[in-house]
Design a binder for this molecule. Structure first.
Ligand code: GLC
Length: 756
């Protein structure tokens, strides 16, 4: 009796958020969903909420459940609604036939896969593309990924990953857009548009999945899967905006996160899933758990067994169980025992079926499995697009004495470093169906660019990572054999300039790759110092998936190019920048720390009550390091220079229904054409809760010919200044604001205004 009461108490309007509202059929498709739902048994509805991985590609711990043969039988008996890690026309066709031709109602499967930054044509990792500050580049990357994935039988990608992250120790920082919710929201919406287009039933679009809901990127100490302790204010103001932008862009699904927030697993968090997502945001898609995150409710110690974990998850609003073996075994029992209302199962199944209808799978369940790789995959057009996005993603961190751009002739160039000849690392982590070793290496890119290849010579230096299988490769960094430094030094002595590739192997970042040391690993620092000792004309090309501690390099080396892991066309894109065929315009979307001890470090921090150096020890600082990052959010140089002037505000104060216009003049004061990302930041001086010292509220990427000037205008309204405050509502609060317009988060022309 007590349990029934507890369950009844749970079914308050609060928990039912997002259930009643969606019951009213709105469209013809909704009517079809209702008609199908009405024919389904409870077991068949539960089957739609079950997702298994193919046994041949693992993206999580080995499945504890069915064998492959058992899995195939379960598909035929209608116990499986979705598969992940099934790719290619043949495999998807085989699995789809099992479901459509054997189950009672012939409901098709939906095939999901991690198409994060390309399917076979690989684009820059998302952290790199975000550095372009060009949402159209993110949209193009996602669109081409969708074309190739759909041509290979896939319906759904587990992307975009929109987790805000402030801690470079966390390996998955490579997968998101960095530390800022405003930029993250723009990139999230752009990727949803790219993947989904405006018609999910088209054969070149796929359903997207905003993940990981929520706050996965705030794992304590940057350790993957670790506890998250954040306030509702940080959740609302920093974590949720990219998810909300994805929902407003029409994202079909969300994936919840492994972590607890304040002790409650996100997979079993009705406040996140019902109050906010399905209630306030009126989300009508479905939520898939992350890999066994339902089963892991038990590991968190919030359920004694899988049955209770299943009950908590379905009530909280997790619709589909990925590899958790929790819903199929226990949901019917829970309904029969009156512990779960069948209406919740109906709501979850309705959401899944609606996406399958929108994908056109009921019209032709095999439609996506026909076009496999008919010239739609890894073609020249896609590679050119990958090169274009890659060039835009490169950030010029330093360029003293105009060492860059290099000359295509008349300059002897030493290319040094294991990563320079690495055709695999540029593909990055989360590489879908990329062909291993298929990227254009930095060395190849340079050789392609110069007039005479004899002007280029290569020395590997010490091997960086030995060739091991993917899942252990990041552990095989060479710390024992410095062979190669002497040869590299000997070459450097003879050449005019050295291009030195340093950074990370592709599997040093990504899921499960947190690191306590984010400096140059192996013999890289020794190689750098030895080469620099004999030739000061060093251009370091960083190839990495996270901010690195590069303080020595930043002080000594005249030129540093942040090239991330740029995908299939990496070497060509980097060469385009090195030789000036493309003037770099990228800007960091993550702060680079001076020391790992500063992590987490981010620009949009609170002031604290002791921000100023008082000449005593009694202020917020380190005794052994600066508070400032090595390179701040929004930072990036160009081969030209830009001057900001004439900042003008249309008013000194606005009321809640007025718009403030902010104008600034930007001039290209250099000798080459270039692009600049003009950034607008505000500081709300006082609020009902502490407010960040700066918040990005606008940016515009402009092109200026040498000597050209343009006026850039931003508009600010009360909506732009709204935040989740002490009264737990979203609104702007009257008061004084400062604003800056400039080239990064630390520099800019300052203005002030009042919101009445
Ligand atoms: C992984 C990741 C998630 C991915 C899923 C399926 O554990 O956390 O981002 O989409 O499993 O591969």
């Amino acid at each position: 009796m007590l349990k029934k009461l507890i369950v009844t108490a749970l079914f308050s309007p609060l928990v039912f958020h997002g259930v009643q509202a969606q019951n009213q059929p709105k469209t013809e498709m909704d009517m079809k969903v209702e008609e199908l739902l009405s024919k389904m048994t409870l077991e068949e509805k539960i089957g739609q909420l079950n997702q298994y991985t193919a046994r041949w590609e693992m993206t999580g711990p080995a499945p504890t459940g069915s064998s492959e043969q058992e899995l195939l039988e379960e598909i035929k008996s209608g116990q499986v609604g979705s598969m992940l890690n099934v790719t290619g026309a043949e495999a998807t066709l085989k699995a789809q036939k099992l479901a459509v031709e054997n189950t009672r109602l012939g409901i098709p499967l939906i095939f999901g896969y991690d198409v994060i930054h390309g399917y076979k044509t690989i684009f820059p990792i998302p952290l790199a593309t975000a550095s372009s500050w060009d949402p159209s580049a993110a949209e193009l990357s996602a669109h081409i990924a969708a074309v190739e994935a759909a041509a290979s039988g896939l319906h759904w990608t587990f992307a975009p990953m929109v987790d805000i992250s402030r801690d470079a120790r966390w390996g998955r920082v490579m997968e998101g857009a960095g530390e800022d919710p405003y930029l993250g929201a723009k990139m999230a919406a752009a990727q949803v548009r790219g993947f989904q287009g405006d018609d999910l039933s088209a054969d070149n679009t796929i359903a997207a999945c905003a993940k990981h809901f929520a706050a996965y990127g705030f794992a304590e100490a940057g350790r993957d899967y670790n506890t998250v302790e954040i306030s509702e204010y940080t959740l609302q103001n920093m974590v949720l905006p990219p998810f909300k932008a994805a929902v407003e862009a029409g994202v079909a699904t969300l994936m919840n996160s492994f972590n607890v927030i304040g002790g409650l697993p996100s997979t079993a968090n009705p406040h996140l899933l019902r109050d906010i997502l399905k209630g306030e945001w009126d989300f009508d898609g479905f939520v898939v758990s992350d890999w066994n995150s339902i089963g892991e409710i038990k590991n968190h110690g919030v359920a004694p067994d899988l049955k209770e974990a299943a009950r908590l998850a379905i009530i909280a609003g997790s619709d589909m169980d990925m590899e958790g073996y929790s819903y199929v075994p226990f949901l019917k029992e829970l309904v029969d025992e009156g512990l779960v209302d069948e209406a919740l199962i109906d709501d979850a199944a309705r959401r899944v079926l609606r996406i399958k209808f929108e994908l056109g799978l009921f019209d032709d369940p095999y439609k996506y499995s026909k076009l496999d790789e008919q010239g739609l995959v890894l073609n020249e057009e896609h590679l050119q697009a990958a090169r274009e996005v890659a060039r835009k993603s490169i950030v010029l961190l330093k360029n003293e004495n105009n060492l860059l751009p290099l000359k295509k002739e008349g300059q002897k160039i030493a290319v040094i470093g294991d990563l320079a000849d690495d055709k695999d690392s540029p593909i990055g982590s989360w590489r879908a169906q990329a062909i291993a070793g298929s990227a254009v290496s930095l060395l190849e890119g340079i050789e392609n660019a110069v007039a005479d290849q004899n002007a280029v010579a290569f020395e590997r230096g010490p091997v960086y990572v030995s060739n091991e299988p993917e899942f252990t490769k990041h552990l095989q960094i060479n710390h024992t054999d410095p062979t190669g430094i002497d040869q590299a030094v000997e070459l450097a002595q003879k050449m005019d300039v050295v291009v030195l590739a340093l950074g990370e192997n592709c599997f040093q970042s990504g899921e499960g790759r947190s690191q306590t040391d984010i400096g140059l690993k192996g013999y890289q620092q020794q190689l750098l110092e030895a080469v620099y000792e004999v030739n000061k004309n060093v251009v370091v090309v960083l190839m990495n998936g996270r901010p690195l501690v590069i303080d020595w390099m930043a002080e000594k080396v005249p030129a540093i190019v942040e090239a991330w892991h740029l995908g299939s066309e990496a070497g060509n894109a980097i060469a385009d920048v090195l030789f000036g065929d493309y003037n770099p315009a990228g800007k960091l979307t993550v702060s680079f720390p001076r020391s790992v001890g500063q992590c987490p470090i981010y620009y949009n921090h609170f002031s604290t009550a002791r921000a100023d150096d008082t000449g005593t020890v009694f202020w917020s600082h380190y005794t052994d390091e600066s508070n400032d990052p090595l390179f701040p959010f929004g930072y990036g140089l160009s081969y030209t220079t830009f001057e900001y002037s004439n900042l003008k505000l249309s008013a000194s104060e606005i009321s809640a229904d007025q718009t403030l216009k902010v104008r600034v003049e930007v001039k290209n004061t250099g000798t080459v054409d270039g692009e600049e990302v003009v950034q607008l930041y505000v500081h709300d001086l006082y609020g009902s809760i502490a407010r960040p010292v700066k918040e990005l509220k606008g940016f515009e990427k402009i092109f200026l010919k040498a000597g050209e000037s343009k006026t850039v205008e931003f508009e600010l309204t009360a909506d732009d200044l709204a935040f989740f405050g002490a009264d737990r509502s979203w609104k702007a609060e009257p008061g004084d604001f400062n604003l800056w317009v400039g080239t990064n988060s630390q520099m800019g022309l300052k203005g002030a205004f009042k919101l009445k």
